[in-house]
Design a protein around this ligand. Structure first.
Ligand SMILES: Cc1ncc(COP(=O)(O)O)c(C=O)c1O
Length: 371
């Protein structure tokens, strides 16, 4: 058996209709910021519960443009987690600010107390990452940022649809940044992203920045970027948006089944709940002898991966921060000892059973005994 991480065909129940709509875009000629982008922005803002959505080329650009639009740059500090995906810290560095990394807690979520301790008069923003799809304690972070007079930006790249107390992630701070990379819970057919915000001035600034800093044709009022959500990607995203909640609920079904059936040698690394706070973009588990376990699972046809084998402070690109290897013990432990089991909507009981049996087989103590 093969157990894959993705099933793109299942995400397009009406592929013929989508193909016709893409054909319409191709022949109609409104290729840039056309009606599909406008409709997606409206529907996505309403889905998340925000006033504005601005469609961009990627989740990375969503973070970069928000920081730029907030006027964050050289001399400023932005606090975020050491165990996030590279793009979060990269965005901070890209605008010229200094990433101030803090360790996560044992549940891999950004640690609010450590964020509080890292705030200085130079802190202009905190980026709260909802890693793996599990909402972090964003309400506490919002309160902390308010108290400190700093911006809260949410990195929701992995957490589209996640809710805290009935409110969607992305609505707790000044802006929420989303990725629709094909690996994500809401997947475009290439790179795509968006920012949501209730702040009309910020939304306006983002729209100017994404279009080369133009307010109107040939009136360049800012040093902008060229990073717009593509019309064809908007067609794909519109076809999928209405399914995201059902897909996330199905991911939760798989997560609960894993949590119930996996042997004690493979322990879920994030809290497992079905209350909507976790949308299970990934399902990381602590396993003994991680690299060897990964090799055996992959050999058994299971599309397991390590996300992420190096925390930000151990990436060569961030060597200039001068942080020692052991600066963040929880982030290191996660990077060195977890792997992610395949999780996606539609994973069958037979596939879950196959993964569980394979994990039991390769992690049982006898299988690990020397010789
Ligand atoms: C936590 C996090 N932030 C930001 C990004 C960047 O998104 P994109 O790949 O769309 O640029 C990703 C994508 O993998 C991510 O996982």
């Amino acid at each position: 058996m093969k157990v894959s991480r993705y099933d793109y065909a299942a995400q397009l129940p009406d592929a013929q209709r989508v193909a016709r709509q893409i054909h319409d875009v191709l022949v109609r000629g409104e290729h840039v910021l056309g009606p599909a982008v406008a409709e997606f922005e409206e529907r996505f803002a309403s889905y998340v519960g925000a006033t504005h959505a601005v469609g961009l080329n990627s989740g990375t650009d969503a973070l970069v443009l928000v920081l730029d639009a907030l006027g964050i740059g050289r001399g400023d500090e932005v606090v975020t987690s050491a165990n996030t995906f590279h793009a979060t810290a990269l965005a901070i560095a890209r605008v010229g600010a200094t990433p101030v990394l803090v360790d996560c807690g044992p549940d891999l979520q950004i640690d609010v107390a450590r964020v509080a301790a890292a705030l200085t008069p130079r802190t202009r923003a905190v980026i709260a990452v909802h890693l793996f799809g599990a909402a972090c304690d964003v309400a506490a972070l919002a309160a902390l940022c308010r108290e400190h007079g700093t911006h809260l930006v949410e990195d929701c790249a992995q957490a589209v649809g996640a809710r805290v107390g009935g409110r969607r992630c992305g609505t707790f701070g000044i802006a929420g940044c989303f990725s629709f990379h094909p690996s994500k819970n809401l997947a475009a057919a290439g790179d795509a992203g968006a920012v949501v915000t209730d702040d009309a001035a910020l939304a306006d600034r983002l729209r100017v920045l994404r279009g080369l800093g133009q307010r109107t044709q040939n009136d360049h009022v800012a040093l902008g970027y060229n990073t717009k959500l593509d019309e064809v990607q908007a067609v794909v995203l519109l076809a999928k948006l209405g399914h995201v909640d059902a897909w996330n609920a199905d991911r939760a079904r798989v997560a609960l089944a894993y949590a119930e059936r996996l042997p004690e040698e493979a322990r879920a690394a994030t809290p497992v709940t079905a209350d909507g706070t976790h949308v299970y973009h990934l399902f990381p588990v602590y396993v003994p002898e991680r690299d060897e376990t990964l090799r055996k699972l992959v050999a058994a046809g299971i599309d397991a991966v390590v996300r992420y084998p190096r925390p930000v402070h151990r990436q060569p690109a961030f060597a200039y921060l001068g942080l020692p290897h052991d600066a963040f013990p929880h982030a290191n432990r996660h990077a060195d000892h977890t792997l992610c089991l395949p999780i996606r909507p539609g994973l069958t009981d037979a596939e879950i059973g196959y993964v569980v049996d394979a994990v039991r087989e390769v992690t049982r103590p006898a299988a690990r005994a020397p010789g």
